[in-house]
Design a protein around this ligand. Sequence first.
Ligand SMILES: Nc1ncnc2c1ncn2[C@@H]1O[C@H](COP(=O)(O)OP(=O)(O)OP(=O)(O)O)[C@@H](O)[C@H]1O
Ligand SMILES: [Mg+2]
Length: 361
Amino acid sequence: MTALISLTGINKYYGDYHALRDVDLEIAEGEFFSLLGPSGCGKTTLLRTIAGFEDVTDGVVLIDGADMAGVAANLRPTNMVFQSYAIFPHLTVAQNVGFGLRKSGMSRSDKAQAVQDALEMVGLGGFGARAAHALSGGQRQRVALARALILKPKVLLLDEPLSALDKKLREQMQTELRRLQRQVGITFILVTHDQEEALIMSDRVAVMFEGRIAQLADPQTLYRRPLTRQVGDFIGVMNFLPAQFKPVGDLITADIAGLGQAELASEQCPAGPVTGGGAVGIRPEILSILFQGETTSQRETVGQVIERAYYGDMTYYDVRLDDVDAPVTISMKNLIDRPVLERDDRARVSWDPRALVGFSD
Ligand SMILES: Nc1ncnc2c1ncn2[C@@H]1O[C@H](COP(=O)(O)OP(=O)(O)OP(=O)(O)O)[C@@H](O)[C@H]1O
Ligand SMILES: [Mg+2]
């Protein structure tokens, strides 16, 4: 991978507060990259250090091989769409989009063409003359995007650009953003605290907690092979069951509460071999309820339904496996001839040992 952006040993203090801790990161040209983490973990701060709105206390930021130390934000090949997007309500849509071209030395007609192209890119072709205040939230968001895209940055930095939108519009914009990124080939760095959004949109995701990158991987690896319980817990739902581990040759034998014995391959312990006490993680869709006379070639255990939530397409069950204190969550697709269990029903549960993840803590 040739890195377009390379961060090495980044540390950032606000006074005594250590906001970014030993961040190393490389982002490739044309990549759709996301920074994901809970509120306050340092996502915006990291984005601002790339954009040049924030000095690093320690570390090196390279863009396209050039050291960005002392390079002002407006001289960097980046452009940022802010968390609370600001468009100018008293200007027209076209004036908003063309704002950054004022001092570009372009001819009037070239500017008008560039504005038109940018508007068409975000699906607002006919909106140029409209007053910016007469737009919906999603349309304003697209104006902000067009205004950033028109400057043809090498890197577009997006700080939670969709968080103000309702669910439907957000999903629509997610698809559009991804399409736009493929079309223009610009490197996108998206900040989000929405794990689903990060998984859907990104080539790779860096998960951050308390100023540190906890894991950097593609969406499938993040979901299937989280490095820590904290990452597994943050991305989707993960059940944890206490376990005792013992290495046996290349495999690791796990004695798991509620499930019994299983053998884990080395890649099922992503942070390295586990011995002694720990936990296994298992996703809700890896556990299944067996109805009536159903049989399985997988492993089987039993428990009792504590709670269930019917979502239409899916039912989520909390099931207390026999001899385990905390219930596990099991997700089941609702099929036409599949019953829905009620509270207190006994449940036969099948599971696949290949999908277990071993953790040492
Ligand atoms: N100018 C500042 N001075 C002091 N502390 C700051 C400053 N800016 C941010 N912080 C602190 O640094 C930490 C990281 O802030 P940051 O804005 O990067 O978080 P975030 O991950 O973007 O959160 P959110 O999802 O809520 O936007 C927070 O604890 C915040 O209070
Ligand atoms: Mg933020």
